[in-house]
Ligand binder design. Structure first.
Ligand code: GYE
Length: 302
């Protein structure tokens, strides 16, 4: 007894209801994350209240407030932007509802404003992308960076890590660095403009996620350039279509960032229910995909 904190709860009475506040569901990564959360909830017998903020932090704020008003037992929150949710976290705290941040960070103190953050080390992801780039261009490159959503912890950290990794190589020139909101359409559009401005000087495109990489690849091809060869494409995530692009030779590498948070999110909540000490950050390990292993992960990807 006492070891299985589960959906039925200690008193064995009602099924636990947990909220999942998703920021948007606009690409394979987000859809895989949402599915992982709902699959895991179903598997463990929880009722899941899932919301979709449709890219609006203001909606995400009211989604969390609604969960508090409904008196859910816990909230899993994937915050779109770092700032802007403090009031919603405070409302949950006031109602004694534990909040677990997953996949992106938000302003606040772990152990106080929320229980913990569960996700990747985004600085390290950027570093790995940067290190690969230095090595595979002999330290000489004209680089375009397509950044993720402005104001997200992920975009800041993936930038920082990459810049750290290239800073001691004077031949690594950043031609432009612009936000493209983590979407394929923006990635393509921003890339089209940057090709106009920088043309053949571009030898590397570093994108903060695969959707933007795939958009950039389309723009490069449309301009008669050769992604994967003359222009190296370096990304983060590891979604199925990116692994396929690596196999096809259009893309070079992608640092893994795993969207399947369901098992670790619910494990962490159940540890919390059992009164175990929860670390302030729970970092999930990432693989690295290139032409040597992309093919064998395609079927396992999303
Ligand atoms: O890389 C991207 C998504 O927050 C870690 O957001 C996540 C990132 C992921 O839209 O594809």
């Amino acid at each position: 007894a006492g070891t299985s904190a589960s959906a039925e709860g200690g008193s064995g009475s009602r099924k636990k209801v947990v909220g999942f506040s998703q920021m948007e569901n606009n690409g394979p990564w987000r859809i895989a994350e949402t599915k992982s959360m709902s699959d895991e909830a179903a598997k463990r017998g929880y009722e899941l209240v899932a919301t979709d903020a449709q890219t609006q932090t203001s909606k995400q704020f009211s989604d969390v407030e609604d969960m508090v008003a409904r008196k859910v037992d816990a909230i899993f929150l994937a915050p779109r932007e770092f700032e802007g949710l403090a009031g919603a976290l405070a409302a949950a705290k006031q109602a004694k509802i534990p909040v677990f941040l997953i996949d992106r960070e938000a302003a606040g103190t772990p152990g106080q404003d929320y229980v913990t953050f569960i996700g990747s080390n985004f600085i390290e992801e950027g570093q790995r992308a940067g290190e690969w780039t230095v090595k595979n261009t002999n330290g000489k490159a004209g680089i375009i960076i397509l950044e993720g959503t402005a104001g997200s912890s992920v975009a800041l950290d993936r930038n920082k890590g990459f810049l750290d990794a290239i800073k001691s190589s004077p031949g690594m020139k950043i031609l432009a660095s612009q936000p493209a909101d983590f979407t394929r359409a923006s990635g393509q559009k921003v890339m089209e403009n940057l090709i106009q401005a920088h043309g053949k000087n571009i030898t590397v495109v570093y994108t903060h996620n695969d959707e933007m990489a795939l958009g950039a690849i389309q723009a490069l091809k449309a301009a008669g350039m050769n992604p994967g060869k003359d222009v190296k494409v370096v990304s983060v995530d590891g979604q199925k279509s990116a692994l396929e692009a690596i196999v096809a030779g259009d893309m070079n590498v992608t640092v893994e960032c795993n969207p399947r948070f369901g098992p670790i999110a619910f494990d962490t909540y159940e540890k919390y229910l059992r009164g175990e000490k929860i670390p302030q950050k729970i970092i999930v390990p990432d693989k690295f995909f290139d032409s040597s292993n992309a093919a064998k992960f395609i079927d396992k990807s999303y």
